[in-house]
Design a protein around this ligand. Structure first.
Ligand code: C2E
Ligand code: CA
Ligand code: CA
Length: 857
């Protein structure tokens, strides 16, 4: 798990970028505000200056008017003027002597001096310094009469304000005042209306400029009143239709002109700086982000590979472990807890051998064994008690971890095989015990016997083999039924067991036959006493469903090593003795005697015959087809050898294979069968598989791999079509050598089948370790599959095991449709048996294949 960061780099990158953007935004805003304030100040200054100039403009106009009024007053209220321009118009006095003549124009720039007589006629007019002969009313436009009237009505003290009239389209200030005698007491006023004096002051551009200068008004001028109504730098001239206009001072503009460029420059510099900083920060942030993303990517890649490892580790039922050099656990995969129930924390730090016990050797010894190079994987079967106090078995695999510094520790897996081992034990138990009585069965007995005999050959005690056959048992079965018969058998087995000591074996041979292997009581008298006890015990009545049942027993005895040292011989001899006992009148026993053995002689003869058979053409092969259970398609055929004996007729392999093995003839026989089977298969119209049985003796002889290779080359048969059937005894004899031979055979490409499965002793361990492709359930389990629960359980377990180990499972000896149905429901893969086809002579099989019909049953 990666360490979580306090603040993720991605977050801080985003944070930085946001901050920078915010700061830049703030700066820009501040800049904008400053600019706005500056513009505002400038604007205010401009406005104030304009207001001031407007005030001055008003003042200027007023001053001009005032001057006009003062001067008109001076002339109008002057007795001389009254006399020379009202009473009579004296041009000499007025114009020539310049009392009211051109000097007014020259000195004061009054363009017009007019006198309006009482009858409203213009009596005197000096226009622009010239005595005007024309009608002055044409020159001065506007409502002169009203103005004149107002002047007549006003008094000296109360002069009417100048009006604005027009001269040649320009506005002109026109002051009007009625002539009075003034303060001259010598002149007496005339009756009637006085004449009125008009001063016309045209607002010419020059005059305006001069006027403006006096009041600090730049470029004072006129403009049409309907032009843009800029109130700041203009002043309406009454109703004249003109405004006074001037260039208002603009201090704000100057301020702006100076400061704005500076401000802009500062802003630009600031923006540039901000951009640089931002860009740098963004690049950094992006780098951080990219870094973070690549960190995330690599982190997620690491996460992926971790997850993959975890998935692999979790997908198997195995748990993974690792220790330091002192074997103290330093890693346990998650499966550990699921499998063992323990909390890994409770075991970390503790040595592995504290938890697991090696089965065949101490775990400590095994781990520390340095004979194998480091890196080599070794396995050991171990047991331990899980958290629920259940005994569990695991297969421990281990590898040393080393480097130049030396041993670093150990690492490996522990595969839980408890279920498999239990299944194996169950199969073994089922296959070695009689389902009805719980006694060991014939196979168990045989194994026990063989073990004992081997012991005996190395100087152990002698032993006795007893065959017991119940008398009158058939009667019980027939009269009371099978269930009663089964009960009797159960009670018989109990009584037999009570008669023997520990170390002896009681087994059920089948039907009403039992065997005893005595390892403790082996004196003649001792055996006789035991036999008496046994017969007496079995003569006692049996209680079955309220009935008393009487049976008896006959016993045949063979002694080892006195009579024979081979298990099957000993059994046969005991059987011969039993036959003798029965023929001698039941409820008795017989020891085997040499004379009883005629069959030994027969065998000797047979051996000779077999040599000749191999040389001559008395052997032949039959082929029994094998079918895929799903769809019942033929998938192959098993080669089974037959001997056409000149005197005894056709003999099955059971009659001579054993003999061939004992005498060493099996080598030649086996080679013949293999070559013959491959040759025949090459001829088949379809490339089906051919199965050939191998004898364990062929394995021991060596040269088997070379034989198979040679035959394949010789016949040209593809190795994949050849299947070799091997019994478990091959592995029992010499497991190391057998494994090597099997691996070499496998390397040739042939398929390997484990034959007669279930009758051996250590089935499972071989299946796991050896390279088998399939296994064949022994036909004894199939025989009464439909009636025996026990066999059903065995078949069920074997099919399950095959599935678990990915092996194809073939059932042989299928004789009934019920068996076939049961096998199908169990999920068996292939079947073989009389129901589908008996073993066929080669040419018959050939024809069958040729017809094509045989491919599907
Ligand atoms: P096996 O390998 O188990 O071969 C199958 C035996 O079951 C054959 O007996 C076959 O005829 C018989 N069988 C097939 N279907 C049925 C059925 O539905 N019911 C019954 N009750 N039996 C069926 P066979 O031919 O007598 O062979 C007996 C054994 O002899 C074989 O058992 C095999 O172990 C051995 N054998 C046969 N041929 C050879 C051989 O060429 N070399 C060696 N080494 N052993 C051979
Ligand atoms: Ca076989
Ligand atoms: Ca078989």
């Amino acid at each position: 798990m990666p360490e979580p960061l306090a603040v993720s780099p991605r977050f801080s990158a985003t944070f930085t970028r946001r901050n920078l953007l915010a700061i830049s935004g703030l700066l820009l805003t501040a800049f904008a505000v400053m600019t706005a304030v500056l513009i505002h100040i400038a604007h205010t200054q401009n406005r104030q200056a304009a207001e001031q100039s407007r005030f001055f403009a008003e003042k200027a106009v007023q001053a001009r008017q005032h001057q006009l009024l003062l001067q008109i007053g001076d002339y109008a209220y002057w007795g001389d003027a009254y006399q020379h321009l009202h009473a009579e118009v004296d041009l000499e006095w007025a114009f020539t002597r310049q009392n009211l003549g051109p000097s007014l124009y020259k000195d004061f720039e009054y363009e017009g001096i007019l006198v309006v007589a009482p009858d409203n006629r213009i009596a005197y007019a000096v226009i622009e310094g010239q005595l005007q002969p024309l009608d002055a009313r044409q020159w001065l436009q506007g409502d002169i009469d009203t103005l004149v009237q107002q002047a007549r009505e006003s008094s000296e003290e109360e002069v009417s304000q100048p009006a604005i009239l027009h001269v040649k389209g320009r506005p002109a200030l026109v002051a009007a005042a009625g002539f009075t005698t003034g303060s001259d007491p010598l002149i007496s006023p005339l009756p009637g209306e006085p004449s009125v004096l008009l001063f016309v002051d045209v607002l010419t551009p020059d005059k305006l400029l001069t006027l403006g200068k006096g009041y600090a008004l730049e470029r004072l001028r006129l403009e049409q009143a309907d032009e843009e109504p800029d109130s700041q730098a203009s002043l309406p001239l009454g109703t004249s239709g003109f405004n006074l206009r001037w260039d208002a001072p603009q201090p704000g503009r100057q301020l702006l002109a100076v400061l704005l460029p500076l401000l802009l420059l500062a802003g630009l510099v600031l923006a540039l700086l901000a951009w640089l900083v931002l860009r740098h920060a963004l690049v950094t942030a992006r780098l951080i982000e990219v870094g973070y993303r690549s960190l995330e990517v690599s982190r997620s890649a690491l996460g992926h590979s971790e997850a993959r490892f975890r998935d692999v580790a979790e997908a198997t039922s195995d748990w993974l472990w690792e220790t330091d050099a002192q074997r103290r656990l330093c890693y346990l995969s998650e499966r550990f807890q699921a499998v063992t129930g323990f909390n890994p924390a409770d075991w970390l730090g503790r040595p592995l051998e504290e938890m697991l016990q090696g089965e065949s050797l101490s775990l400590l010894e095994w781990i520390t064994d340095r004979s194998q190079p480091a890196g080599v994987r070794r396995t050991l079967r171990c047991s331990y008690t899980d958290r629920d106090a259940m005994q569990r078995i695991c297969s421990l695999a281990m590898r040393r971890i080393e480097d130049d510094r030396g041993l670093l520790g150990y690492r490996g897996t522990a595969s839980d095989i408890t279920e498999e081992v239990q299944a194996q034990a169950r199969i073994e138990h089922l296959s070695l015990h009689d389902g009805l009585t719980g006694l060991p069965n014939r196979r168990r007995m045989q194994a026990f016997l063989e073990g004992r005999l081997q012991h005996l050959s190395t100087g152990g005690h002698s032993l006795a083999m007893l065959c017991i056959d119940l008398d009158r048992f058939k009667l019980v079965n027939d009269s009371l039924g099978h269930a009663a018969g089964d009960q009797v058998l159960g009670q018989v087995s109990q009584r037999l067991r009570q008669c023997v000591r520990d170390g002896d074996l009681v087994a059920r041979q089948g039907g009403d036959e039992f065997t005893l292997v005595l390892t403790s009581t082996v004196s003649h008298q001792g055996i006789e006493r035991l036999c008496a006890r046994l017969i007496q015990a079995l003569e006692q009545p049996f209680e079955v469903d309220g009935h008393e049942v009487f049976i008896g027993a006959s016993i045949g005895i063979a002694m080892a090593p006195h009579d024979a040292a081979q298990a099957d011989e000993l059994l046969r001899f005991a059987d011969i003795a039993l036959y003798q006992a029965k023929t001698s009148g039941r409820n008795t026993w017989r020891f085997y005697a040499q004379e009883m053995n005629q069959r030994i002689c027969e065998r000797r003869l047979l051996e000779n015959d077999l040599r000749q058979a191999l040389a001559g053409a008395q052997l032949r092969l039959d082929f029994q087809p094998r079918y895929c259970l799903e769809g019942l398609q033929m998938v192959g055929a098993e080669a089974l050898v037959r001997w056409q004996h000149p005197r005894h007729g056709l003999l099955g392999p059971d009659r001579f294979i054993g003999l061939a093995e004992e005498t060493g003839l099996i080598g030649a026989l086996g080679a013949w069968v293999l070559r013959q089977a491959c040759t025949a298969a090459m001829d088949w119209p379809q490339p089906l598989a051919v199965s050939v049985n191998l004898s364990p003796v062929q394995f021991r002889r060596g040269a088997l791999v070379a034989l198979v290779r040679d035959v394949l080359i010789e016949t040209g048969l593809s190795a994949t079509r050849l299947e070799l059937e091997i019994t478990e005894s091959v592995m029992l004899d010499d497991s190391e050598g057998a494994l090597q031979t099997l691996n070499e055979l496998k390397a040739l490409g042939v398929r390997l089948a484990l034959d007669d499965f279930g009758t051996g002793y250590s089935s499972l361990s071989y299946l796991r370790a050896y390279p088998f492709d399939s296994l064949k359930i022994d036909r004894s389990f199939i025989a009464d599959l439909d009636s025996t629960e026990n066999n059903h359980a065995i078949v069920h377990a074997i099919v399950g095991l095959g599935k678990a180990l990915s092996l194809r499972v073939t059932a042989e000896g299928v004789e009934t449709a019920e068996q076939l149905d049961l096998l199908r429901s169990e999920g068996c893969d292939e079947v073989q048996g009389f129901l589908l086809s008996p073993p066929l002579p080669g040419e018959q099989l050939y024809r069958l294949l040729q017809s094509g019909a045989a491919l599907t049953h």
